[in-house]
Ligand binder design. Structure first.
Ligand code: MG
Length: 248
């Protein structure tokens, strides 16, 4: 069932979204060569708690940290730890905040120092595909219109959209209906309606769309070892068009 949020629920989701966005901004400003992913995670945790919220990911299905921090060929679900970020790495950070019963969810990929033109191009394409998807998140459209907008944009540039993991509804639960794939056919899937809140999150690979999971059960890597980037916003569908809840 797809939950349509009421006005009072949306006012809480706006706060959860703002806290998530601020946490992501703080994390992004910390990304540089020589810092560990655990140091970034610690600051995210501190910030979210200081806002009277809790980190959505901490303890979710046993996830041991407040954010997923995924480097280079790690697509998603990287576990923060002692790994040092190096010059030229691309660092995807996914973070959510849970405030008075509602989640916000957002992600972005950040450069560490000077990165290769190829890495920059992948990041740019992934960010652009997110906004193509958001622009398709309009009444009269279906979920497949979002999916198709993302897929068409990245495939035209020679990249591929991950298929095994998808975006999702978000609200009281971090993962709600509907699924929001980053590939699919225009005009397919559930109809979009006012009050839906969706986490739109292209995970885009430089090479093939195939992925593999490390034995830790979390870390998702590209199967071919090439780079991956990830951008995400929590988006509210309204009569007047999409509104991003995780924007500062
Ligand atoms: Mg998400």
């Amino acid at each position: 069932m797809i939950v349509l949020k009421t006005k009072s629920e949306l006012s809480l989701m706006r706060i959860a979204g703002r806290i998530s966005a601020q946490a992501l901004e703080i994390a992004g400003q910390m990304v540089r060569p020589g810092i560990t992913t655990a140091q970034i995670d610690r600051e995210i945790n501190k910030f979210i708690i200081s806002q009277g919220a809790t980190p959505s990911f901490l303890g979710y299905c046993g996830f041991p940290a407040s954010a997923c921090i995924s480097l280079n060929d790690t697509v998603i679900h990287g576990i923060p730890g002692g790994r040092l970020i190096k010059e030229g790495d691309i660092v995807s950070i996914d973070v959510g905040a849970f405030y008075k019963g509602y989640h916000g969810d957002n992600a972005a990929t950040f450069p560490a120092g000077k990165i290769s033109p190829a890495a920059q191009a992948l990041m740019d394409a992934t960010r652009q595909s997110l906004y193509k998807g958001i622009d398709a998140a309009r009444i009269g459209n279906r979920v497949g219109d979002i999916s198709s907008a993302v897929q068409v944009h990245v495939e035209r540039l020679g990249y591929s959209a991950v298929r095994k993991y998808v975006g999702h509804g978000v609200g009281k639960e971090m993962h709600e209906s509907p699924e929001v794939p980053n590939f699919g056919r225009k005009g397919s899937g559930p109809r979009l309606a006012a009050g839906m809140t969706l986490a739109i999150e292209p995970m885009i690979n430089q090479g093939g769309h195939e992925v593999k999971v490390l034995p830790d059960g979390w870390t998702v890597l590209t199967a071919d070892g090439k780079l991956s980037a990830h951008f995400e916003q929590t988006v509210l569908i309204t009569e007047g068009g999409p509104i991003i809840l995780t924007e500062l």
